[in-house]
Design a protein around this ligand. Sequence first.
Ligand code: AMP
Length: 621
Amino acid sequence: MAKISINLKDGTAKKEDTLIVGIDLGTTNSLVAYMNDGKPVAVKNKKNQNTLVPSIIHFLPNGQKLVGNDAREKLRTDPANTIYSVKRLMGKSYNDLSAVSEYLGYEVLDDDTESLVKIRVGDTFYTPVELSANILSALKNTVESALNQAVSKAVITVPAYFNDAQRQATRDAGKLAGLEVLRIVNEPTAASLAYGLGLEEEEAKLIAVYDLGGGTFDISILQIHDGIFEVLSTNGDTFLGGDDIDRLLIDYWLKINGRDQQDFIVDKKKGQELRLIAERAKKTLSSQLLFKERYDGMNCQIAREVFDQLIEPLINRTLDKCKSALKDAGKTISDIQHVVMVGGSTRIPHIKESVSNFFQQPLFDELNPDEVVALGAAVQADILAGNQKGMLLLDITPLSLGIETVGGLMDAIIPRNSKVPSRAARQYTTSVDGQVNLKVAVYQGERDQIANNRKLGEFILKGIPPMPAGLPKIEIIFAIDADGILRVTARELRSGVEQEIEIKSQYGISEEDMAKMLMDSITNAEADLKIRSLLEARNEANNVVLATQKFLEQNDQILSDDEKNKTRALAESLKASINGEDKDLINKAMADLNDYTTPIAHRAMDVHVADAMRGTNLKDK
Ligand code: AMP
């Protein structure tokens, strides 16, 4: 039965919260949805419009904050105090952001290149967790006033590739905003649920979820069978999305108007203004064939056809990732039965067309691509509330789980990306004659040394009968249930002596552990970040090598032999650096190649633009 509580401040009555809402905490926009008469709906305002909340925070001089649309207005007038794309900063170091920070209108603090980013606003430093909490509070207020009901429980979605630290950071942001986060759900799982995929018990289905948002691209291959969701593989690019399309447009206009990019970097207000015009142009072109505007003496004009050619390389990058994801899942295009489109950028007609051609089938794109994740989160919330019996959602473990062995080394028992629930066992023995106790310390992480991983807990298996070293057979069993709770059991098989602990590794932490876990996750994020940065640098370098090959092929007529040879040589050194362990070396080789090819690329671009102006089709080149 619903209880009523009275708000003593304004005298209004609020129903006690029985509702669990679904929240899509997005890079560009965030949204809340809830179940209404068995159907997920996005929260609407009094005018029955969607309350998509731009994920933007503005700090007023008096220290107060504006969130959402009001903050968006300030992007133009006060960019230094207006923060957007916070999700990109979750768990990232300054180093990882150096390539894009010049495009951010606000200041990312550069105190130590390997440490996690903080954002400086005036004299105050904010963490991405605090900033995300501001967005979540605004969403909480929106849904509470729309429904006139207190809301304190939520399901929040995250990209499937988010590591444990990033998931934990999202959970912490929820907690800071006064929300009990019942579950962190993968975005592609939520999107599929919004379309009702997997809600009916039927034969196994393979689904591709193509998610092109404002800042990120994700492709996920999901398998649903008997109402169970399993992420077979994920791929994507954390720096590819609508923002990049805006940037392509800006670069195009600067080029055709003969303007210097530096003017717009130095004058941040002007830069932001141009960014907003580019976004407007892009959206206009989703329904019209031409966009025309003037700004700062520039002709900001573009036709759909030219735009389509401009974004072709970006679309191809996403399709390359789709190929990799299929390969990782051990599947081919013909295995995929459904393709779900997510994210505002999938409104672009040329993207829809290209994805549909790639997967050789019609798309699931009828729902609003900005809402689909939140709607699915509401469905998941409903399942958690017990309203849809028999549904179980599976995730993958984002990090390996294992124990400490001799020399402080990590022995992974359940490797990362294993399905949940999962169970694995391994046998160990003693190293000292007559040893009667054995310490079992459980860790999570990808590093070889446990010191670099996160400790989840430990216990001591006592009462092993004294035997010569190497004789006892100690079996250690790791079992993770569907809620992500890890149970570790150690058993001496000859005597039957047994000990067990339960660890909530991913879902739910007690209030007391909150502060400690937050510190832990920050520490480990840094450690994991190093590996991740190397992998990311390798990834990017592979893309650059491929792009260079394409560039050489496409511009064969324009480049001199000397330029071709030098470009090839630099691409070769980049290729050689990819196999090494030094991310700085890879980045340096990438920068060398980039420095050398940028002026040539500009020259080639001039030729192409001149051709395009004359009406020649770039694709025909
Ligand atoms: P999301 O992160 O999913 O909220 O994606 C928002 C992105 O979608 C931003 O880059 C928007 O500029 C872009 N977007 C929104 N509407 C459209 C549209 N009609 N056509 C093209 N892009 C759009």
